[in-house]
Design a protein around this ligand. Sequence first.
Ligand code: NAG
Length: 549
Amino acid sequence: MLFKGPCSVHSRLAHMLMALVLLGLFVQTLRIATDGKRSPLLKDAEVIPEGNASPEELYLGRLTRELGLSNEASWVAWRIQPSEQSEVWPSVTEVQLNFGAVSPKTINLASPDRMDLYAKKRMELPVPTGPKLGDVDASDFLFGISTTYARISDRDYAMIKAWARWLTDGHHHSNGASMVVVLDQANASQLDEVDRALQASGLDCWVTTTEEPMSMARRYFELTRILKTFAANLAANGQNKRWFGLVEDDVFFPSLSYLRDRLFSYNTDSQHYIGLPSEKLDWDTSENEQIQTHGGGAVLLTLSALTRIPNLPCFETERSKKTSFKSKRWDELLHTCLMKHTELQMHVLPGFYSPNDKTVDENVDSYETGQQPLLLRRYAHRHLLNINKAHLVTNVCGESCFMQRYLFKDNWVLVNGISITQYPDGVKIEHKETHKGAPTEEKKEEHQKRSNPDSDEAGRDISGSLTERLLIDDDAGSVDRATLSWSGRRNAWKLVDSAVSKDGAVWQAYFKRGKKNSARDVQQQQQSSSADEKDSIIVLVWEQAKSAL
Ligand SMILES: *[C@@H]1O[C@H](CO)[C@@H](O)[C@H](O)[C@H]1NC(C)=O
């Protein structure tokens, strides 16, 4: 027996599992009742009021501690009033206002002048209409994740806090989505501890562990068995899940409602196998020049596709070739297995990159391309992003405002939650058409034909070199793709912190380290201009939207 859970002898343990789920719910309810109002999700993101300090002073105090600042810094602060204006996601929103209208103040960090810190200017920024954290209904989804105790408990359960951002309403309640977590060889006390942390965050989650060592691929394969059992139990209880996700622990969905919209064209009563590669790194080219992906650590299945997997013989055949099995990734093995033993095709919903896209700008970070994010993968490793801070702004401006891009009159660009960039020598905006030139009706038809899940031919004509039975269902034909081009200087501030103040506003700090602190050369230090020498902080205070007040 491999699991304590229901996977090995699932039919017999089915109602025991249900009892566990109910117990979990009961314990969760108890905890909510005794925990008071403070959400663990927000606990380390709050600016705690202190004496009669102004909000700006409090926030600077927090930043000084967190960033280890000393001496002097340059400070700019804006208040932002988000207003819902567009139904569609604009690739870039032009703002008829100078970001530089607030001039930077030099502040002495030991004794800052309250008036210098005060954010007196307010701008209104349009944000796309989108659900707030509490309004999302994600009950179509059941996710399965395999991880380890060490990873999940790292940095005070940062991973659970990240999951809570897309699986709860931010206040201890599930948004309807459920999750199964398999820990790799955790002992009873570790399992209990993780369970407690998960329940405290309000995730609708069930956690189990493997008892013997097994590869990641094997754990994901076993997860399909658990999800199948779980789905049957939920269905018996009147809860019908439509989408079953196998995802890695550092996959992040900025908006499950956007994911649900993208999945709209698939009939969930049919067998569907969908890969969700995020960036170009999640694609590769095989020896015979074929472009392919195995899903990039995130795969979605409909129930009828999921239930086939546990019965497939692929695992046994692979086990005999132990070395090749071990060296392969779980999504690759699953893909190979399904291609070999079923007639399923893999549909791909591309994230930031699609092989169809001929206009990839290698100079621009994929998080700054102005594309609506479907999912992020390995965000900390690839982009040094603290997702819990980056995504916090959606508390006030809704799920769709994350990564929204704004171009100001004076060549400043804000990518909400990611960065602020100044192009002193100018920046040009170019609205690109679709990947294959103008979207003529003919081309559109062709695209639809390709996207038809029942078409066998599909996939092969896309670039002439796409792996068979791989279909890319992008929305490139209908989406605005603006690119920014510049020559000359580029000054970038990156998001380093975000927190919620007592009035519910979300404070963001974007930071650029001064030359004095980064350059070793003393000579150069003395020569460099004084403006570049100091650490530089830009604070944006996102206030609650008017309608929400
Ligand atoms: C579980 O493992 C941890 C770390 O190895 C250890 O400190 C702890 O005592 C173990 N607990 C039990 C109940 O075995």
